[in-house]
Design a protein around this ligand. Structure first.
Ligand code: PHE
Length: 457
């Protein structure tokens, strides 16, 4: 019986190198890359912003990602269990709870936004989106997100698909679907890129992306780049830690983190190459903000030959990117529930998904019936959830990881784990120590003060 039980309790794990990469890159690559990165780049003037972003990714994002991976792999536990395993005497596990809570809240509204994408995808395939006059697209977007029933249904659909994948476990769920979805995403992105750069007038868009004009760059832009680096790499909420716990000692963690980081960055840049040349070629505004993909792009596709086809591909692309991210968010919470409450994966997935749906409702209603319900400086529920997680919990989670690895567990132990106790070389120990102990924490504190508005007071 014990044997049987041991077998049952044995932790699931990734089956192949490619599977790990697909799942981790799938988590990192999401709405952040295809929806947010292009519009904040547009807002901040293009290439100069991108350069700053690249620095943030390489100097701060990468070392923090390595730290999360090693914490997970060392302890082979969920985000809460990982802290407990290394420091059982002190309340560091609360940092894990913070991560799980952050993932839970983010997923509740991320699923709603992914739901909008599903709505658009449906309307793109049927050609309905094409029939909307370009100057009506703003109102149209408003009516979709304000249409409670549809939003409720699409959010539910996103959560249902995510749950169906997570319920099958790591190897047969997360890994299997990531390995199918990520190559599809890459293929679609390539097709769209070729289409966009071969349009007449595309070069202006490429110039916007790749020719830096530093006069456009503000301090606020720099800080936004730093904050987005965290969000885009899925750091600060135990996701990378949880995925790290399903990796075995024979993997070179540093190499993996570099690959995930490069993939995430390349995809964000490619999304820019899809969007801006087309936006410029048809004479639209690059600085449209959050409505860029929902309002500007449909107008761009409208003007393009075979627009319906490319529009459909585009929304399928973002839907896939969003799904591989919702999977990772759900997995963090489910792994926690399984191990800390000794639940079966099935039960944990069902309960968590149900709770998530309940929490999504206030966000959905923020765009309709409850749009007038506001708190803390006029924030709706959605604004509040987004603000709390992106601006407070994520930086705080990242900071705690740095302090924990830098000062409690020690970078010496982290480096032993990075090298798998000497199996692999690691030439960047000095840079790594400095980043985790000094540079990253300092940078995070500054982002935090900025994004909460404390810096401007
Ligand atoms: N990194 C994902 C993106 O860029 C978003 C994400 C954030 C995913 C937090 C999981 C957790 O869209």
């Amino acid at each position: 019986i014990t044997k049987e039980r041991n077998k049952k309790m044995k932790r699931d794990s990734f089956g192949s190198k490619l599977g790990i990469l697909a799942a981790a890159a799938g988590s990192a690559i999401g709405l952040g890359n295809i929806w947010k990165f292009p519009y904040i780049t547009g807002k901040n003037g293009g290439a100069a912003f991108i350069l700053v972003y690249l620095f943030c990714i390489a100097l701060i994002g990468l070392p923090v990602m390595v730290s999360e991976f090693v914490l997970g792999r060392k302890t082979q536990a969920n985000a809460v269990g990982a802290f407990k395993a290394i420091e059982p005497e002190k309340p560091w596990y609360l940092a894990g709870h913070l991560g799980v809570a952050t993932a839970f809240i983010i997923l509740s509204y991320y699923a709603m936004i992914a739901g909008w994408i599903f709505s658009y995808m449906g309307r793109a395939v049927t050609g309905k989106l094409m029939t909307v006059a370009p100057d009506q697209l703003g109102d149209y977007f408003g009516s979709i997100i304000g249409g409670t029933t549809e939003s409720m249904f699409c959010t539910f659909l996103v959560l249902l698909i995510t749950a169906a994948i997570v319920i099958s476990g790591i190897k047969d769920g997360v890994e299997k679907y990531s390995k199918i979805l990520m190559p599809v995403l890459l293929t679609i992105l390539m097709v769209l890129m070729v289409r966009s750069v071969t349009l007449d007038g595309a070069s202006k868009g490429l110039e916007f992306l790749f020719k830096p004009d530093f006069s456009q760059l503000t301090t606020k832009g720099v800080l936004e780049a730093l904050g987005h680096a965290f969000f885009s790499l899925s750091l600060g909420m135990g996701i990378i830690m949880t995925y790290g716990s399903y990796i075995n000692k024979k993997e070179n963690i540093f190499k993996l983190a570099v690959q995930v980081t490069i993939a995430d960055t390349l995809i964000a840049l490619m999304a820019g190459v899809v969007i801006f040349p087309a936006v410029f070629a048809y004479g639209f505004e690059p600085a449209a903000g959050p409505g860029l993909i929902f309002i500007t792009l449909p107008a761009v596709f409208d003007a393009m030959p075979f627009g319906t086809f490319f529009e459909t591909l585009f929304f399928v692309l973002i839907a896939i990117a969003a799904l591989t991210s919702t999977i990772s968010l759900l997995e963090v919470v489910v792994a926690f529930a399984i191990e800390e409450f000794k639940m079966s994966r099935k039960k944990a997935t069902i309960i968590v998904t149900f709770a998530l749906y309940l929490l999504a409702i206030p966000s959905i209603l923020s765009f309709s019936a409850w749009s007038g319900v506001t708190m803390f400086d006029g924030k709706t529920f959605f604004d509040l959830f987004d603000f709390m997680t992106s601006n407070i919990f994520l930086p705080l989670g990242g900071l705690l990881v740095c302090i924990f690895v830098g000062r409690v567990w020690g970078t010496k132990n982290a480096v032993d784990e990075i090298t798998s106790n000497g199996l692999f070389g690691f030439e960047y120990e000095g840079v790594y120590n400095f980043t985790i102990k000094v540079l990253a924490p300092a940078a995070i504190v500054v982002i935090f003060l900025n994004s909460t508005g404390l810096l401007n007071k």
